[in-house]
Design a protein around this ligand. Sequence first.
Ligand SMILES: Cc1cc2nc3c(=O)[nH]c(=O)nc-3n(C[C@H](O)[C@H](O)[C@H](O)COP(=O)(O)OP(=O)(O)OC[C@H]3O[C@@H](n4cnc5c(N)ncnc54)[C@H](O)[C@@H]3O)c2cc1C
Length: 435
Amino acid sequence: MIEEKFDAIVIGAGMAGNAAAYTMASRGLDVLQLERGEYPGSKNVQGAILYADMLEALIPNFREEAPLERHLIEQRFWMVTDRSHTGMHYRSDDFNEEKANRYTIIRSQFDRWFSREVQAKGAIVISETTVTELVSDAYGKVIGVRTDRRGGTIFADVVVIAEGVNGLLGSRAGLRPAPKPEHVALAVKEMHFLPRETIEARFNLHGDEGVVIEAAGTISKGMTGMGFIYTNKESVSVGMGCLVADFAETGETPYGLLETFKAHPSVAPLLEGSEVKEYAAHLIPEGGYNTIPQLFGDGWVVVGDAAQLNNAIHREGSNLAMTSGRLAGEAIFQVKSRRDPMTKQNLALYKKFLDASFVMKDLKKYKDMPKLLHTQSHNFFLTYPTLVAKAMDNFLRVDGAPKLDKEKASIRAFVKERTLRGLFGDALRLARAWR
Ligand SMILES: Cc1cc2nc3c(=O)[nH]c(=O)nc-3n(C[C@H](O)[C@H](O)[C@H](O)COP(=O)(O)OP(=O)(O)OC[C@H]3O[C@@H](n4cnc5c(N)ncnc54)[C@H](O)[C@@H]3O)c2cc1C
């Protein structure tokens, strides 16, 4: 194993680690990146939507070479009951722009490409190597890492912890608490393969256009969670995730929920005849702003999912990971170029950059949403979707009853189920948490 001391060691070659390693290596720092998977991306799971702006900030011409699937021109939000969905959807030809804003990707391919870009900038990337321990000096400053390979400590001025949601190293070293079950979702995902023309016909797409469907309602059986369908070129990603605490409390299983979602009358025809080739399960940090741990210290910074930087309300994670990785890399570069030591005080620059970015601003905006959705999950994921579906049925069914009577019946159903006070309370709580 390598004996020399590096400017920086990056743990993990996911979105955050790659962004950090790319930023530092392209500015001439000596970077070692360690990845436990067989290759970068082999262990990574995502829906997956790539948010172009955040990658463009690193690699402006990425569209020329990155393995992209479809650019998204349409988003459907479904509020589902067992037999229906009430939808809101937005489709725009403006999304058919030359530099599209969002793409679907397949992480195992994408991360491999991203890592090649990191290596082309001069970083040393070693896969199949698990960091087992952060190494500190007598004063508690992180000075390197130990791995599961033979050899001693590998030293660096700073260690970038980009180990993803589990964050075992960080919690073992006492840098952050282990995530609580009510703050992480467990998501399962399958890849359903279909001929390209079938996908385009079923989802009303042309060429490389893509669509995303997100569904919440009775499919999560009153738990906080949702299902998703993302179109790739020749496959459709289908998944379902709920909070770990809810699974523990209800005894429901992720796979059971996914089966229910796939069998839903609005979903089954989209997947009919497909061949399932991949199945994956992964955690998502969903505690939001209030669960963000200490982000920097003497000799270390933490980025991406390991830092709980995930916007569950907008289902954004990879963009926050890439941005935090890039900002950490920039802060480290600035400290290094001033020839300052990598102390907690100097690395606070990373937090300053992060606070000024959309990452912290968005997470702060939604700081109360995770708790609200968790504590009110029965109402938001069961009661309201059922009431809305009944109201829609009532509105659309032509049966000779006067429209005014129908409207009154729908309103009565809401009041009966939640009471007037309950309805206003829910609206107020939602509005407060949303602002
Ligand atoms: C089902 C699902 C769907 C999602 N959909 C979307 C989406 O559509 N859009 C979006 O933006 N986000 C999505 N996300 C979230 C997104 O995947 C994450 O936010 C993002 O991957 C975080 O990047 P990261 O680099 O922090 O962590 P990861 O991508 O998880 O990377 C961490 C890396 O560290 C490695 N590692 C861990 N421990 C060690 C160790 N001790 N030593 C060496 N290496 C180690 C891992 O093998 C891994 O490669 C989704 C997540 C899931 C689970």
